[in-house]
Ligand binder design. Structure first.
Ligand code: NAP
Length: 513
């Protein structure tokens, strides 16, 4: 089968107004907004400040390879100023009544929803993701504020008699202290709010270091937090080209008590070692290599719908993305045909183009990595059903690709593809599916499709992953604990108490009276 992907014309003429949106960005209501408004400096202690280095970081549009604007490049000195600001703001934020904190968080949610068109356009421009994905991200990101506004007033402790009958055991949950939050580029809004909202609900103050590729969303959100009533110093945001030394300096400051990181397993390991020096509490949301298992008795159309979501949300640039599709032999050929048809029909193009279904990758380097993995699989005997060759257009595009016959030793079976490539592996028995699904050091998400619920539950119980979706392609939900096992991470974000507890510490009081 030949791929029929379509690259949208990249002249960025707005469909209705004909406005050239590379120079003038419009939100979903066609109101123009100025990108430079989101690059006024570092956000420290409620102020927009230039970096002490005077240097800046260019923000590139992955759809066109043009520079959108630039942001300040923070130094170690700026980072320590942020810690100082967070430390000054900490006592009063910790003592702010939970109801008041809750109302501020609720206002953050409302403002994000009010501004969702603007935020989605901004995400789409700096990250490249399709507008529909960006809108989905804004709704998901805002939900962390609504959810944690509700959590903020439900923090409770424990009270009981010691088994010996000698005293009472009282357990109080207190904010852990100053938190350093580090986030990746693939969900510029949601990865930040998934940390900031529970941290603030718990009574902590934070310093956010967003990815240098996608800083504008983080700064746009900082302005929203201020408008919602978050006091100066409670949230500080800094961007840097020097993440190693800047983070190391913050982690070396004894006032910092929490590191919450989302990113690659490699960087996560380095940060765990650094955090160990001051015995800092760590939450780690790291890489994934999700298996997507389809049994013969699955509903084919539902499995295909699920595969499109699990693989193509964010053009495959998601930690939960289906990285290995295991399909049982009886349904294998029909699944391959159906998936190739759907993948080939996707409209590839600039993220901010309303018709786009699959935007560009984040960088040229990301395209090269995907290309290397696909070439390696082809060299080892995989067949290309559609796509399979990097696009030579301006912008970092890779076409939706389906591969079959990928051997188990192919590099893509062990590494995150992080792109729109679906390798399909044939399997025969349930035991084989489970053992192949577990052949990875990662354990973030997994997907199981079967009409036999007892089989689906049995397999879900045996797959080593922090999150399993049965007969659906999406797991993320602010109301559920998100996180991985094995080298996919430590701790959970979201959920009824999991996310907020990462930002609190238990204080036990033995009381005789
Ligand atoms: P990354 O290279 O690990 O970068 C993530 C963040 O860490 C960025 O802000 C980056 O800053 C910063 N960073 C890099 N080196 C650092 C250092 N030495 N010290 C401190 N900070 C450092 O990951 P990525 O490529 O941006 O993101 C993709 C990865 O994130 C994938 O592996 C994906 O699976 C994972 N991810 C996991 C989850 C989850 O919830 N489990 C969610 C989303 C993504 P710069 O941008 O300046 O380099």
């Amino acid at each position: 089968m030949t791929a029929t992907w379509r690259l949208r014309p990249s002249n960025f003429q707005h469909e209705k107004t004909g406005m050239n949106i590379t120079s003038s960005i419009t939100d979903g209501n066609q109101n123009p907004f100025d990108l430079d408004a989101f690059s006024q400096g570092l956000y420290i202690d409620g102020q927009w400040r230039a970096s002490t280095s005077g240097n800046s970081i260019s923000v590139v549009d992955p759809s066109t390879e043009t520079t959108l604007t630039s942001v300040a490049d923070a130094t170690v000195e700026d980072a320590l100023l942020s810690v100082e600001a967070a430390a000054r703001a900490a006592p009063s934020w910790r003592d702010t009544a939970p109801r008041k904190r809750s109302e501020i968080l609720r206002r953050c949610f409302e403002l994000m929803i009010e501004r969702s068109d603007m935020l989605a356009t901004l995400i789409s421009k700096e990250n490249g993701k399709a507008l529909r994905d960006a809108r989905g991200e804004v709704a998901y990101a805002a939900e962390f504020f609504r959810w944690n506004a509700e959590e903020a007033v439900r923090i409770s402790g424990e009270f009981g008699m010691a088994p010996a009958g000698t005293n009472r055991i009282i357990v109080d949950y207190q904010p852990i202290g100053i938190c350093v939050l580090i986030t990746p580029w693939n969900f510029p809004a949601a990865m930040a709010t998934r940390k900031i909202a529970p941290a603030l609900a718990a009574g902590c103050t934070v310093i956010l270091k967003p990815a240098s590729e996608t800083p504008l969303t983080a700064y746009a959100l900082a302005a929203i937090y201020a408008e919602a009533g978050v006091p100066a110093g409670v949230v500080n945001v800094l961007t840097t080209t020097n993440p190693g030394p800047v983070t190391a300096a913050m982690l070396a400051d004894p006032r910092v008590r929490k590191l919450s990181f989302t990113g690659s397993t490699g960087v996560g390991r380095t940060l765990l070692a650094e955090a160990a020096q001051n015995v800092i509490s760590c939450s780690m949301e790291l890489g994934g290599n999700a298996p997507f298992v389809v049994f013969d008795d699955a509903d084919l159309e539902n499995a295909l719908d699920g595969a499109m979501v699990a693989k193509m949300r964010n053009a495959g640039e998601a930690c939960t993305a289906a990285n290995r599709l295991y399909v049982q032999s009886g349904i294998h050929d029909a699944f391959v045909e159906g998936l190739a048809k759907r993948m080939s029909a996707l409209v590839v193009g600039p993220g901010a183009d309303h018709a786009t279904e699959c935007g560009p990758m984040i960088t040229r380097k990301a395209v090269e990595k995907i290309d290397r993995l696909v070439t390696d699989a082809k060299d080892r005997g995989a067949a290309v059903i559609c796509g399979g060759v990097a696009l030579q257009e301006k912008g970092f595009f890779y076409p939706p690709t389906v591969l079959t016959g990928v051997p188990p030793d192919a590099k893509m079976a062990h590494e995150e593809i992080f792109g729109p490539v679906a390798p399909i592996y044939r399997f025969h028995t349930e035991e084989e599916a489970i053992s192949r699904a577990n052949e990875t050091e990662y354990g973030l998400a997994a997907y199981v499709f079967s009409r036999d619920l007892s089989r689906a539950m049995r397999v879900a119980g045996k797959i080593e992953a922090g999150m399993i979706a049965i007969n659906r392609g999406l797991v993320s939900d602010p109301a559920a604990p998100f996180g991985g096992v094995k080298q996919s991470g430590l701790g959970r974000e979201g959920g009824q108490h999991h996310g907020i507890s990462e930002f609190m510490e238990a204080k036990y009081i033995a009381a005789s009276f």
